[in-house]
Each structure stands twice: as structure tokens, then as C-alpha cells.
Design a binder for this molecule. Structure first.
Ligand code: VG1
Ligand code: CO
Length: 544
């Protein structure tokens, strides 16, 4: 077959957000829409002729169609080889693992993460670099620029590739290798954690766990690793078959959407440990019996216990967290005498720190935790790290976390999301905070004195790149914070996120309800941003 050059015209709005380009399936399914974006990726890269590209997705509706297009375009653009997960499946962390292990040039991941899937729901695409992580802003900016001028794309007209049979095929001059999506990732996990100790705990009958794959991509990974390699009883993994529409749910591992798991973990005779992951397998929620571990606390507890795991026995080089994530992990870093880094929201900002050996663990409040083993956050990795810690300590999750609070103080933390509000109203709210916020310095609000208010800007300590307007921070003299930012992953209107944080050193005050403990800060957020007036909403859509 001969490469075809197809004329096209630009589409508006192909700007990658926090984690790639996310739009409704109906937008992606328009003729040339995906092709324009993929060609813009290739046009923003250089020297990839004959190189290897990794391709896979979370299995949502449109995944297979999109992968066929990408394979035919990769062949037309001169890639030498593509590694694609069987059935078009690769979790986001597994894709990162495969890119690194096989020294690929880069990879394309198809996912809209925790957003619902199906013909009327969301789809997404992002490019990852050879180090395995999401493309930095220099590349995503170039891609966006290219989408605005693109006038043609290259594609090889050839039959569809069989994605279901493991092995090699050719597509024009390019080799397509359909790979087992789990194998490389499972090997990496076995190299980091004490599988003997975890397996012994899972098999002895006294310890019970449940993992909710939410009908999303981690089903095959969790089933193979937990029930297969570690010998957990069959049925440990629930909702373990990936479905194109995730069974109609939001594959978002939080207390609102992981309802099957939450019902069991907060019911009578609750298992000892519960966990869930999201659509593309990079998020995690950790639960004990009748106990929720906030993602910010999870990062801190894992950091404090990391040396119990073989892969981290030598200690941590540093801990990085996104700006809105609570500062619980900073306290652990200080105790360990290692650096604590604060980056903008989105995993792409951790890459340079990990590559430079400045950080080992990273985390985000949005149920994201990971390490230098790959360059994405990694849901099942976090679950295995918790299991390794539990296998060593043999204490309930709640006891480990409350002991951590007694030691370091408890950081009460919550995020309030106002989803799908009017975009103009949301921009107006942020503009108001940017101009009026700094004037609050020195004022006393609800008994809290404002130390400073700014719009977070970040200079990457490794490559010097600068990212501005990353969220308005209202900081108080006691260390409490209220942070406001707009989501960069939504596909309808704007989503306002309000992050609330207060450190409580006194163990006698560690058993409060989180929303009660944060009530004065919630009131301050309302007062300074007039959320009700500007958004027209009386209450947040989701509280995590
Ligand atoms: C959200 C989270 C952010 C996370 C991003 C991608 O972004 O807040 O912490 O990195 O999703 O996660 P935003 O811009 O909507 O706040 V995933 O699991 O969707 O790749
Ligand atoms: Co995700």
C-alpha cells in the first residue's frame, strides 16, 4: 500500500489539558479530528524514523477504533515498530513501564481516566516521552500550535491489525507487536515488593482484602497479580472485567463512586483492607475496615514506612507533591532530612525531579501516588506498597494511620468540587481572587490570620521551565490553606476545585469529623470567592 496524504483543516480547541486532550467521544469521532491531533504529535517530534512507539488504552468505547487509526498513521509516518497491548489494553502506569523497559521513543495512551465512557461520554489521548512520563509543556504547547495550522496528515490504507493475538505482524514497513499488557508490569511490581510476605498474609485466611477494579483497566492486572501471583482468594478482585462503558459508572476511586467497595468496607464484618483504581489504572483509593485514608495521608504514611519495602529499602531521595496536596508528606520529608518538592497539579511536573534523582515518591491529593519505578502515578503499585507495609507491621490500617497522626500531627484535608459550572462565571471568580486575594494579607477571617495570598507559579528546579497561574493559594499564619483552581481535565463547562487544609498537632483532637474540623476554612472560601453567588450552586457536587 502507498502512504496517503489526506488534506485537512484545523479544529479549534485541541489544547492538551492537565493530562492530554479529553473530549466527548462524539467530538473525537468526527472525520479527521483524531488524525489531526495524532499528526500534530508526530509533527512536534523529530528523529523517530525506525523507532519504537508504544500504544494502548484503558479499553473504553472508541479505544479500538482510535488505535487502528494511530497504527496506520504511525506506519505512514515512519515508525519502525509499535508495541500495542493485547485487545488495545495498557493501563497508564503499564504503558509507562513498557516505554521504559523497551527503550521506546515514546508512547500514545488512549484514556479519559476516571471520566465515564460510552458513545455519549468521554475519550482522551496523550503523548508520553521516552522516559515514560507525560510530555512536558514544551511538547504539549508545540502540539497545540501545530493543530492550529495543520493542513494534511499521513495514513497507510491497509487492513485492520488483529489486536487480539499476541505476536508480530507487519503494517507496511512497520512491525506491530501485540504484547501481553500485564507481564512487564507484573515483573516490575515483583521486583519492588516482598511478594513472599504479602502472599503469606493474603493466603493465611486471617487477613481479608477487596480490590474494586470498577470495570476498568486494572481488572486484568489486579487479577493476575493479587489472585494469581500472590494467591489471594478468588473474588478478591471485584468488577474485574474491563467494559467499554465501565458498567455505566464513573471509574473514579473515591467514596462517592466506588460504592460497591465502600458499602463492604463500611459495613458489618468489613475486610481488613480495601482498594480501588480508576479507568486507566493510575489512581488509587485506600481503605481499612471502616476507615478512609486520604490520598495526602497515604503519601505521608507510605513515605514514613517505605524502607519496609525491598525496592525502597535504601531510603528515599526526596518526596514531591502537587501544590494543592496536603503538607503531611512534607513533615515526613523534614524528619527524614530529605527534600520536599511542591509542583503544579499534573503528573508531568514530577518527571524532571524523578529523572534527576531528586525525588523517589510523588503524590497528588486526587488519589494519585507513585514513585521513580515509572513516570506515571500508579494505582496498583500503591495498593501493593500498602500490602507490603501491612505484611510487615501486621496492624490494622486505622492503627497505622492514627499512630502516624499521633507522631506527626493530623492534617485535616478535603477537596470540594463544583462540577460543570458556567465557564465565564468560573473565570470571573478566579480573576476576582487573583486581583483581590493579595489584599487580604494581614486580615483575620473566622479567627485565622491571612499570611499571604498568591497565584502559584513554578520554576522547574531541573530544566528551569516556568509555569504560571497554577492556582490561587490563601495561606494562614497557622499553616492552614485554602486553594482555588479550575480543572484541566473536564469536558463540559468548568469545574472549580476548592482545597482545604488544616494541621492539628494535638492528638486529643484527632478524632473530629473532617468537614467539621475544616468548617471555618469552608466558610472563608465561600466568603472570599462568593462561590454561591458566582457559580449559582448551593453546595459542591463532589466532596472528597
Ligand atoms: C485532575 C487532578 C490531578 C490529576 C489529573 C489527571 O486534574 O486534579 O491531580 O493529575 O486529574 O489524573 P484537574 O486539572 O482536573 O484538577 V487522571 O487519573 O485523570 O490521569
Ligand atoms: Co487516571
Amino acid at each position: 500500500a502507498v502512504v496517503q496524504i489526506i488534506p485537512t483543516t484545523p479544529f479549534d480547541g485541541q489544547k492538551p489539558g492537565t493530562s492530554g486532550l479529553r473530549k466527548k467521544v462524539k467530538v473525537f469521532a468526527q472525520p479527521h479530528y483524531l488524525e489531526n491531533f495524532v499528526q500534530s504529535i508526530f509533527d512536534s517530534l523529530s528523529d523517530f524514523a525506525g523507532q519504537t512507539l508504544v500504544v494502548g488504552g484503558d479499553g473504553r468505547y472508541h479505544n479500538r477504533v482510535a488505535i487502528q487509526t494511530i497504527l496506520h498513521m504511525a506506519a505512514a509516518n515512519g515508525f519502525g515498530r509499535v508495541l500495542v497491548g493485547q485487545g488495545g489494553i495498557l493501563s497508564t502506569p503499564a504503558a509507562s513501564c513498557v516505554i521504559r523497559k523497551h527503550q521506546a521513543y515514546g508512547g500514545i495512551i488512549l484514556s479519559a481516566s476516571h471520566n465515564p465512557g460510552g458513545p455519549d461520554e468521554d475519550f482522551g489521548i496523550k503523548y508520553n516521552i521516552g522516559a515514560g512520563g507525560p510530555a512536558p509543556e514544551s511538547i504539549t504547547d508545540a502540539i497545540y500550535l501545530r493543530t492550529q495550522t495543520i493542513d494534511s496528515y499521513k495514513i497507510l490504507p491497509a487492513e485492520a491489525v488483529d489486536l487480539d493475538v499476541i505476536g508480530s505482524q507487519t503494517l507496511g514497513g512497520m512491525v506491530v507487536e501485540v504484547i501481553d499488557p500485564v507481564a512487564d508490569y507484573a515483573d516490575l511490581m515483583a521486583s519492588l515488593f516482598d511478594f513472599d510476605a504479602i502472599g503469606a498474609m493474603l493466603r493465611d485466611g486471617a487477613f481479608r482484602m477487596r480490590f474494586d477494579a470498577m470495570h476498568a483497566v486494572t481488572g486484568p492486572y489486579a487479577t493476575r497479580i493479587l489472585e494469581g501471583m500472590l494467591g489471594a482468594p478468588a473474588g478478591t478482585v471485584i468488577n474485574g472485567t474491563p467494559l467499554e462503558d465501565f458498567g455505566g459508572g464513573h471509574p473514579d476511586p473515591n467514596l462517592v463512586y466506588a460504592h460497591d467497595l465502600v458499602a463492604e468496607m463500611f459495613g458489618a464484618n468489613a475486610p481488613d483492607f480495601g482498594a480501588a483504581s480508576d479507568g486507566d489504572g493510575d489512581r488509587n483509593m485506600i481503605l481499612g475496615g471502616n476507615f478512609f485514608v486520604t490520598p495526602s495521608d497515604s503519601l505521608a504514611v507510605l513515605a514514613a514506612n517505605a524502607t519496609l519495602c525491598p525496592g525502597y529499602a535504601a531510603g528515599l531521595k526526596g518526596i514531591a507533591r502537587s501544590m494543592p496536596t496536603s503538607r503531611a508528606a512534607d513533615l515526613v520529608a523534614a524528619r527524614l532530612g530529605i527534600p520536599a518538592w511542591e509542583t503544579p497539579t499534573g503528573w508531568k511536573f514530577f518527571g524532571t525531579l524523578l529523572d534527576a534523582g531528586k525525588a523517589t515518591l510523588c503524590g497528588e491529593e486526587s488519589f494519585g501516588t507513585g514513585s521513580d519505578h515509572v513516570r506515571e502515578k500508579d494505582g496498583l503499585w500503591a495498593v501493593l506498597m500498602w500490602l507490603n507495609v501491612l505484611a510487615c507491621r501486621r496492624e490494622p490500617v486505622s492503627a497505622i494511620v492514627t499512630a502516624h497522626w499521633a507522631d506527626y500531627g493530623r492534617t485535616y484535608y478535603s477537596r470540594h468540587d463544583y462540577e460543570a459550572i458556567d465557564s465565564a462565571a468560573a473565570e470571573c471568580l478566579m480573576a476576582h481572587l487573583r486581583s483581590e486575594g493579595p489584599k487580604l494579607a494581614g486580615q483575620v477571617l473566622e479567627g485565622f490570620t491571612v499570611a499571604a495570598c498568591d497565584d502559584f507559579a513554578y520554576t522547574d528546579p531541573v530544566d528551569g521551565s516556568v509555569s504560571t497561574k497554577q492556582g490561587v493559594r490563601l495561606m494562614f499564619t497557622d499553616g492552614s490553606r485554602v486553594v482555588f483552581r479550575l480543572s484541566g481535565t473536564g469536558t463540559a463547562g468548568a469545574t472549580l476545585r476548592v482545597y482545604l487544609e488544616r494541621h492539628e498537632p494535638n492528638p486529643a483532637l484527632h478524632q473530629q469529623d473532617t468537614q467539621q474540623a475544616l468548617a471555618p476554612l469552608i466558610a472563608i472560601a465561600q466568603q472570599v470567592a462568593d462561590i454561591r453567588g458566582r457559580s449559582g450552586r448551593d453546595a459542591p457536587t463532589v466532596i472528597t
